[in-house]
Design a protein around this ligand. Structure first.
Ligand SMILES: [Zn+2]
Length: 266
């Protein structure tokens, strides 16, 4: 039985609220989140422009939107003059700003392997800055999880989140050993691979996300614009997999969020 009187809350630890596709409807998205009891959204950035935008959004919607700033591996080849330096500088300058809570989305993606050297250069700069400033990192590791997990111990990072962790499944033991976190989203409801990851990861290492705006063709999300209002469905799927009740699952996920990002949620 779930407690009827205690409010069940949710978090979206990875959304691209600064994405063009959301630009006309951020108010609506934040309202939808609130009415679904999603009490925190981390606006991840992909370049300098979205980093500035994420900070603005976090300042505009305090205590519900938080900013992660960084350069996504997909963007390393399209950086403008001094864009890397300017982004690093922005993060340093804003270190004391409560709206900024992580460096992300950063990482490596082997779909774009021809620019892997450049990805590595940008990733290394971001990790060095995270080390220096003591900020958590949110990492994209498509096709590169093993490589990333091998390189991370050479940095002095306190908090590492591998977002949308999918494979290889045997890397999970290292994730747990190093006390890294992973975040999972809508595929928890329909993907056997992701459900297996969720089954194996201790709940204390797990966060929830949408990675919006992405679109899924699978029910129950087919054809719908991704919003944080889908997070309760993700938590329900986690609860089924873990054979726990929703309130206990989301209670632990909220505690994980607070511990990982160093914020207290209302
Ligand atoms: Zn993302």
């Amino acid at each position: 039985m779930e407690a009827a009187c205690s409010k069940i809350s949710f978090v979206d630890a990875h959304i691209h609220l600064s994405d063009e596709e959301y630009s006309e409807c951020v108010n609506e998205i934040v309202d939808e989140a609130k009415s679904s009891n999603v009490i925190a959204l981390i606006s991840n950035s992909v370049d300098l422009e979205t980093s500035v935008k994420s900070l603005e959004l976090a300042e505009q919607y305090p205590k519900i939107v938080f900013a992660a700033l960084g350069i996504h591996p997909w963007n390393v080849n399209n950086l403008g003059d001094d864009e890397l330096q300017k982004t690093l500088q922005l993060i340093s300058e804003q270190r004391q700003n409560k709206a900024l809570i992580a460096i992300g989305e950063i990482g490596l993606d082997n779909t774009y392997a021809k620019v892997l050297d450049r990805q590595l250069m940008v990733f290394n700069e971001m990790l060095r800055l995270a080390e220096k400033l003591g900020l958590p990192v949110i990492i994209h590791s498509r096709g590169t999880t093993t490589q990333i997990i091998e390189m991370l111990p050479s940095y002095n990072l306190q908090r590492v989140l591998l977002h949308w962790f999918s494979n290889p499944i045997n890397a999970l033991s290292k994730v747990v050993k190093e006390r890294y976190y992973i975040s999972e989203g809508l595929p928890t409801a329909f993907s056997n691979g992701i459900r297996e990851v969720v089954r194996r990861i201790p709940l204390t290492n797990l966060l929830t996300e949408t990675d919006g705006p992405v679109r899924f063709s699978k029910p129950p999300f087919s054809g719908k614009r991704t919003t944080p209002a889908f997070i309760p469905t993700v938590v329900k799927a986690i609860a089924e997999i873990k054979k726990m009740n929703t309130a206990d699952v989301t209670g632990q996920i909220i505690r994980n969020f607070e511990k990982f990002f160093g914020v207290k949620l209302n």
